[in-house]
Design a protein around this ligand. Structure first.
Ligand code: SF4
Length: 203
């Protein structure tokens, strides 16, 4: 760790891992050399790339929209938020230059399950980043299930925004302090965790 707290930019995907288990974030940032690259991670990256190609042919009607300007694979970063990430799809309605335009964020997921709190938090983080980058309000987002080919709409409300900010602040304290966080109360996440062999105090 060489960055100071004010220079540290987390990946949006770190939020999901933070909720899953704070130790995962600790390993990633404080002990980066131990991280394995699993087949599961590689498969996930491929699946998203394939979906981006299909999205270009998919209609905006998947999101209940008649019109809109789409931008794929949008790189976003904000020193103020302490976050950076690559959003699967941003949509401006009716377009970015229009008066009273608004924007929406779309993320793909490889699961058939309804979006859990991790996904919603991540989507809200992208919404905050896109608001800053495009200077447009983002009131809602969508999570598109690749296997089901279905879209779930998520409202980007004040409580969710606040959770993003609180999570980033807590992550910053954990990483800059370089102290291993406690394991989660449930051991369920440990079953398929890539860092399992480093947590022999709990598994
Ligand atoms: S093995 Fe369990 S406690 Fe350790 S990082 Fe993974 S989920 Fe967290």
């Amino acid at each position: 760790m060489t960055e100071t707290a004010s220079e540290l930019l987390f990946e949006v995907t770190d939020l999901k891992q933070w909720i899953y288990c704070p130790r995962v974030l600790y390993y990633r940032y404080c002990l980066p050399e131990i991280r394995p690259t699993t087949d599961l991670i590689a498969a996930g990256i491929r699946s998203h790339a394939d979906e981006a190609g299909r999205e270009e042919r998919r209609s905006l009607r998947s999101y209940g929209l008649q019109e809109g300007e789409r931008a794929f694979d949008v790189r976003l970063r904000s020193a103020a938020l302490g976050l950076r990430g690559r959003l699967d799809l941003a949509i401006a309605v009716p377009d970015r230059a229009a008066p009273n335009a608004e924007a929406m964020v779309v993320e793909y997921k490889d699961s058939e399950k309804p979006a859990g709190p991790h996904f919603k938090l991540q989507l809200a983080a992208y919404a905050l980043l896109l608001e800053e980058a495009w200077a447009l309000p983002v009131r809602r987002g969508y999570i598109y299930s690749i296997p089901l080919r279905e879209t779930e709409i998520i409202s980007i409300g004040a409580a969710l925004r606040q959770k993003v900010r609180q999570a980033v602040a807590a992550m910053r304290v954990a990483v800059t302090g370089e102290r291993m966080p406690d394991a989660p109360a449930s051991r369920r996440p440990c079953v398929s965790c890539e860092f399992r062999r480093f947590c022999n105090d709990v598994v």
